[in-house]
Design a protein around this ligand. Sequence first.
Ligand code: ZN
Length: 176
Amino acid sequence: MRIQNLLIVSLLALLSCQSETKPSPASYSVPASVEPYIQSFRSAAQQRNRAVSTDRLIVEFGDPQGEDVCGRCLLEAGQPPHIVLSTDAYCWEQASDNEKEGLVFHELGHCLLGRLHRNDHFANRAYVSLMNPDNMGVYATCRYPIGDDDCDKRPRRTYYLDELFDPATPKPSWAD
Ligand SMILES: [Zn+2]
């Protein structure tokens, strides 16, 4: 009898959990140092008429364990999109604004835009996409500009953001 009651209570608990309008397992949670890049992602999406919700996004610093060196997007059914960024100083503290943005946008590309890695290059050897698995500083200015003629990449940001939201974006003029 007691076991039966227990089963019924468990079953009811289970049913009530499932029938409720399911609250997100966790709500929006983003470290203050990452927030500006989420905001610029939102405005980049708006500028391109892409409706992308960041409502349930979770970002935290920790050990990304594989995939990309400095970050990882964890996507599990029923769970909010979850990004882990490396605490390695090379990945964040020592990185420039554009490098940080590139890293966050790359992971958002996986987590919110459903993008996979893209490895191809243009004729000038630049990566076609921010979604390449090796270099998220594709539009970052160089840390050591002297002697590096490939350094001023700022004009490239618009292209890489266009391509992030639309992989069919035409080749830019600087690609040859
Ligand atoms: Zn990646």
